[in-house]
Design a protein around this ligand. Structure first.
Ligand SMILES: Cc1ncc(COP(=O)(O)O)c(C=O)c1O
Length: 115
């Protein structure tokens, strides 16, 4: 509980975290846009431009290359991408503890051991 406001203090940022106002503003600016970034027509190219500009902004903030930034639809997809990517390069090299989030623990097609 916040002593000053009496409001509950949210601490579970590992599960989800409040968005900063700049992120909310950036997203809401495009929520009514129509366009599939994979489409070749004008609305698709506009959508692609927005995605690529976002990728470049994030890459700049993270000091990496835009090609290193991968957008996923959620946590489980990101877990799959990360764990299976490691396994592809180094088969048998991934270890997952029993306290891991289910999204990572049940990565598609990953053999599991309970010990
Ligand atoms: C590590 C991890 N994987 C997966 C998820 C699940 O995310 P989603 O529902 O977006 O797949 C979460 C959510 O908290 C998570 O923390």
């Amino acid at each position: 509980m916040n002593d000053l406001t009496g409001e509950p203090v949210y601490l579970d940022h590992a599960a989800t975290t409040p968005m900063v106002p700049a992120a909310i503003e950036a997203m809401t600016r495009h929520l009514s846009d129509v366009g599939n970034p994979s489409s070749l027509h004008a609305s698709g190219r506009r959508a692609r431009r927005v995605v690529e500009e976002a990728r470049e902004t994030i890459a700049l903030a993270l000091d990496c290359r835009p090609g290193d930034v991968v957008f996923t639809s959620g946590g489980t997809e990101a877990d799959n991408l990360a764990v299976l990517g490691v396994l592809e390069r180094r088969p048998g090299s991934a270890v997952c503890s029993a306290i891991e989030h289910h999204g990572a623990f049940f990565v598609d097609n990953l053999p599991h051991r309970s010990d």
